[in-house]
Design a protein around this ligand. Structure first.
Ligand SMILES: Cc1cc2nc3c(=O)[nH]c(=O)nc-3n(C[C@H](O)[C@H](O)[C@H](O)COP(=O)(O)O)c2cc1C
Ligand SMILES: O=C(O)C(=O)c1ccccc1
Length: 388
């Protein structure tokens, strides 16, 4: 086993272990992947202010997200098909998050069901909701999340229709994988993954089985999504879902100050500034570049979180110093999960925690609450690069 010191190491092991179809699914952005790339390059463009000779003993990364205590303000993002990256992947990731003391978000499109994860972890988690045309089905999902003791509802707003991802279309992405000569040839080289999968509690979408007959045979996930998801979703419907849920609501996929104001108006507890990891509208700006304007519009009235592009504790620090109250990691924990299962997710969290802590110290800060714009050197044209 090679020595693992950063997230990229986990990614290399992940790529070797997991079938090509699922690696491509996680790693791809939509269309030209411009937004996917800029999510990373815009983090890189921000520099850190080194400070010296300040007391950096007794540091702490603890914080709160929507009033819940967290070991560091880094949650696991909802990731569809997580249970295809590793057998019972959702259960394993949820356990790793629970033990580390950070929130886990279960996707509507997960393999392990709400009930599987609740039973296996015995700890509250967050449930991410996709709104479908079938309103009764949405109501039932909400009720199931309530019954399972979920402590927040994360409503994703940037995927009523799936952005085109060329590799998924070419690979014929499905869960479980359809056995074509091409996938069989690839699976033969991923035997450890296959053996693990044979013992999995589930190999199909646990939350939506029965919703549509034969969903796991859908030749293209995109076709199914576009047929099922509610294209008429608007702010009035979001308000209704919030009422039905009755608990904490996080609105995910906000990239524009006007939408942030609407989220505030419907009474969300938090928003996630996100472009879905560059998987939806290609050509949209990076989340980190969108953040300042959104903070200016609503930052003093609602908790603002961010995801898309975070691969290190340094990226976490940059987002927090820019003003986000917390961040989410998607691919960074998937790499760990695919590479090594639950210990891999723990490893990813440890890596990010250590990088955050060391970077904080070298910036002369002792807690995440003290981070601010004074820690950053931001390119002059960072905000004004384009005009609306
Ligand atoms: C493989 C994959 C599947 C995803 N599935 C979902 C999903 O089911 N629901 C959702 O709200 N977001 C989903 N996302 C988006 C993530 O929640 C998150 O916004 C994104 O991964 C953040 O970018 P990062 O991967 O660069 O950290 C998915 C992302 C990936 C990579
Ligand atoms: O892949 C995704 O990003 C995602 O959110 C999704 C949406 C519909 C079906 C499966 C995954």
């Amino acid at each position: 086993m090679p020595v693992i010191t950063n997230i990229d190491d986990l990614k290399r092991i992940y790529q070797r272990r997991v079938p090509r179809m699922f690696f491509d699914y996680a790693e791809s952005g939509s269309w030209t992947e411009q937004t996917f790339r800029e999510n990373s390059s815009d983090f890189e463009a921000i520099r850190l202010r080194q400070r010296v000779a300040v007391d950096m003993s007794g540091r702490s990364t603890t914080s709160q997200m929507i009033g819940q205590d967290v070991a560091m303000p880094v949650a696991l993002a909802p990731v569809g098909l997580t249970g295809m990256q590793h057998a019972d992947g959702e259960i394993k990731a949820a356990r790793a998050a629970r033990d580390f003391g950070v929130p886990f978000t279960l996707s509507t499109m997960s393999i392990n069901s709400i009930e599987d994860v609740a039973e296996a972890t015995g700890a509250p988690f967050w449930f991410q909701l996709y709104t479908m045309k079938d309103q009764d089905y949405v109501s039932r999902l909400i009720q199931r999340a309530k019954d399972a003791g979920c402590s927040a509802l994360v409503i994703t707003l940037d995927l009523q229709i799936l952005g085109q991802r060329h590799k998924d279309l070419k690979n014929g992405l499905s869960a479980p994988p359809k056995l074509t000569p091409k996938t069989i040839a690839n699976l033969a080289t991923k035997w450890a993954w296959g053996i693990g999968m044979l013992g999995a509690k589930r190999r199909e979408f646990g939350n939506i089985v029965g919703h549509v007959e034969g969903i796991s045979d859908a030749s293209s996930l995109g076709a199914w999504t576009n047929e099922q998801f509610d294209l008429t979703l608007d702010w009035a419907k979001i308000a209704k879902i919030k009422e039905q849920w009755g608990g904490k609501v996080i609105l995910k996929g906000i990239l524009d100050a006007e939408d942030a104001r609407m989220a505030l108006k419907v009474g969300a507890d938090a928003i996630v500034v996100s472009n879905h990891g560059g998987r939806q509208l290609d050509g949209a700006i990076s989340s980190i570049r969108a953040l300042p304007e959104i903070l200016e519009a609503v930052g003093d009235q609602i908790e603002v979180h961010l995801d898309s592009g975070i691969r290190s504790g340094q990226d976490v620090l940059k987002a927090l110093a820019m003003g986000a109250k917390g961040v989410y990691i998607g691919r960074a924990f998937i790499y760990g999960l695919g590479a090594m299962g639950q210990p891999g997710v723990t490893r990813a969290l440890e890596i990010i925690h250590r990088e955050l802590d060391v970077t904080m110290a070298l910036c002369g800060e002792t807690s995440v609450q003290k981070l601010g714009r004074h820690n950053l050197l931001i390119p002059k044209d960072f905000r004004g690069k384009w005009e609306a």
